[in-house]
Ligand binder design. Structure first.
Ligand code: PRX
Length: 646
């Protein structure tokens, strides 16, 4: 762990929304009286009918219920678009930077309003009503933001599926949400390569019954097939639609979106976020964490398919009337300087990315960064996985020229917004630490039995109380919500992460303590990869664990037992990797497959993953107690195979 501390500069504590004294004061107020604190900050959004109640939350076993501002009425699109028209109609809302560096455009708030209204009217014309679920499977084009805000405008619930997911993964999400409409594009474009989005939707559509309409945005003009009666060109429909559409009054607790995410067991679950609490929290964190001020150009490099894109490309920034940059491409195309070229081109002030991107760019050395100016940059951010101190230092020194604070923001799909983070004018930085809780956030560190640990300690991270951006339920399965997050430690929200707290009260996230792995900031349930593998006819059993990976943070390590008589060949290994890509998507590709004649199981047949994890990490001396295994010799076989492979 790094011992280095980077104090807040005098310039920063002066210019920022909050300095340390103000942070201490606001934080104390926020936990002392959440109703008063959030009652005040709830007014940061516009209300159609103001709330009179603030917080109504129970974490009680079997009766978890989370409500914020429950009698208020508002609309997210009203807040992200319409309310800015009076003051900033001509200000750029979205800067879109295409995959091709010669393609970019500026969309003003006025234009955004017209586009969102048109999109909303197209949805209505295809029967979409308040409460209906709309699946969005789009590349990083402005239409993704229009579609999200159009759903919000008419009260439909969007469910975005990342464009890298396979037709099977897309189908199961369409089905779970019982979505009648999918919005997609002919093809996506990333790093000069085409992504067959519409063809994937066609394949997914064969597997579901609920789908009635596919709206297709033209992106590349590549040839695709259109099914009459089901498929509609978005541009043709939009040409007939009015650029005026009233906003639907929404109760604070009406769902805004579903976002599927992986857990330790079972299929990905639909995380439900609702209207007002989510928007208050996303916009407030966006303002304070990134110290957003009028006129700043802000860029979050995430994809809208992930929660980071929801909260910090679209909803948080637009609610604040910000200029948000949306990037279609990848950091290495057409050259490894692309991020910094874009920063210079659009004079980006605030830049928010993932450690995996930093680590991969680090590998190419300083020159591709140093040849660009980056003089506009003022603040850097990190999200998605722990950032190792070496990557942090490189980001700080090389990208930020030793003058930009780094906000290492810890949060989750479930939390809706950032929970643990530095504030740039208030918090001295320690490389590798997400530092301190945001306003209203009450982290605790507990041991395996749930005992609350005090002072400097290490254990599991839980939240003792709710914040407005917290997820409300698992779509269609409140029981699963309660079991997943509130049963391990009664009366607390369990994050699934381990962490250390140091003597300054700083939090250091150590990674997941459950069967979730984090590959390049993408969450993957080991059970999902295992069930994809065992669906292959030649596989009898599979166990998947994470292992340390220099660039991705964690890689996917699969132990595979073949059906009797099958040969463990190199060709089969490749076939299995391709199989998992097809079943789930490229982000789930196993990095290493070890053919294992047997897996370490207890006498009751449970696979002991702890042992598999240690073997994958090459920590053969730290296997712990293996005496409860049904057949302890299996372990030696596995170690031998692992060693032979290196
Ligand atoms: O393990 C933590 C890790 O990412 C998980 C949440 O993943 P997801 O829901 O996909 O959301 C990612 C973007 C918010 C967490 O449980 N994680 C996220 N940010 C950090 C992090 N780990 C360490 N440091 C972070 N800053």
């Amino acid at each position: 762990m790094s011992e280095k501390v980077y104090p807040v500069s005098a310039e920063w504590s002066k210019r920022a929304w909050v300095d340390d004294a103000k942070y201490q004061e606001m934080y104390a107020a926020s936990v002392r009286d959440p109703d008063a604190f959030w009652g005040e900050h709830g007014k940061r959004i516009d209300w159609i009918q103001p709330f009179t109640k603030v917080k109504n939350v129970s974490y009680a076993p079997g009766a978890v219920s989370i409500k914020w501002f429950e009698d208020g009425v508002t609309n997210v699109a009203l807040n992200c678009v319409d309310r800015h028209l009076a003051r900033r109609a001509d200000q750029t809302a979205i800067i879109w930077e295409g995959d091709d560096p010669n393609e970019s455009k500026h969309i003003s708030y006025k234009e955004l309003h017209a586009e969102v209204c048109r999109f909303a009217n197209v949805l209505k014309a295809h029967g979409v009503k308040k409460g209906d679920r709309v699946t969005i499977y789009l590349p990083m084009i402005p239409e993704a933001a229009y579609a999200m805000l159009a759903c919000a405008r008419i009260g439909a619930i969007h469910s975005i599926v990342f464009g890298g997911f396979s037709p099977d993964s897309l189908a199961s999400r369409i089905e779970d949400a019982a979505s009648a409409v999918v919005i997609t594009a002919d093809e996506g474009l990333r790093g000069g390569r085409k992504v067959p989005l519409k063809a994937n939707v066609d394949a997914a559509a064969d597997k579901v019954d609920c789908l009635k309409t596919v709206l297709v945005v033209k992106r590349t003009g590549g040839s695709i097939s259109m099914q009459p009666g089901r498929d509609v060109w978005y541009e043709e429909a939009a040409a007939k639609a009015s650029a005026d559409c009233p906003v639907e009054p929404m109760n604070a607790e009406d769902p805004l979106f579903l976002l599927y995410t992986s857990g330790s067991t079972g299929k990905p679950k639909g995380v439900v976020h609702t209207t007002a609490g989510y928007l208050v929290y996303a916009s407030m964190t966006h303002q304070y964490v990134f110290d957003y001020h009028e006129g700043d150009v802000y860029w979050c490099t995430a994809d809208v398919g992930w929660v980071t894109g929801h909260s910090y490309i679209v909803y948080g920034p637009l609610a604040n009337g910000a200029t948000t940059l949306m990037f279609e491409g990848i950091p290495t195309y057409p050259s490894i300087s692309r991020f910094w070229d874009v920063v210079d081109k659009h004079k980006v002030n605030i830049f928010y990315t993932a450690p995996t991107a930093i680590r991969s760019l680090m590998g190419a050395g300083e020159e591709p960064v140093k040849k660009t100016s980056r003089a506009s940059l003022r603040l850097l951010g990190s999200v998605g996985e722990p950032i190792n101190p070496e990557a942090w230092e490189w980001y700080y020194r090389v990208v930020g020229d030793n003058r930009c604070p780094i906000v290492d923001t810890w949060w989750q799909t479930e939390t809706g917004g950032i929970l643990i983070t530095p504030l740039p004018g208030a918090t001295a930085l320690k490389p590798g630490s997400a530092t301190r809780p945001f306003f209203g956030v009450k982290p605790e560190v507990v041991d395996a039995e749930g005992k609350i640990l005090e002072g400097a300690c290490e254990g599991n991270l839980v939240m003792a109380d709710s914040w407005p951006g917290q997820m409300r339920t698992v779509y269609g399965d409140h029981q699963r919500f309660m079991e997943t997050y509130f049963s391990t430690y009664p009366n607390k929200y369990f994050t699934g992460d381990g962490c250390r707290r140091d003597s300054d009260g700083y939090y250091w996230i150590t990674g997941r303590v459950d069967d979730v792995i984090n590959v390049s900031g993408h969450r993957m349930g080991t059970a999902e990869v295992e069930s994809a593998l065992v669906a292959h006819p030649k596989v009898s059993e599979a166990a998947v664990v994470g292992y340390p990976h220099d660039i991705k943070g964690q890689g996917i390590y699969a132990y595979v037992t073949l059906m009797t008589g099958e040969e463990p060949t190199e060709a089969l290994r490749k076939e299995l990797v391709a199989w998992v890509r097809k079943e789930i998507g490229p982000i789930a590709s196993p990095d290493l497959i070890q053919f294992a004649p047997g897996l370490p199981k207890t006498r009751s047949g449970k696979i002991m993953r702890r042992i598999l994890r240690k073997i994958a990490e090459d920590e053969f001396g730290a296997l712990g107690d293996t005496s409860t295994l049904a057949d302890p010799t299996v372990v030696n076989d596995l170690i031998e195979h692992r060693q032979n492979k290196r």
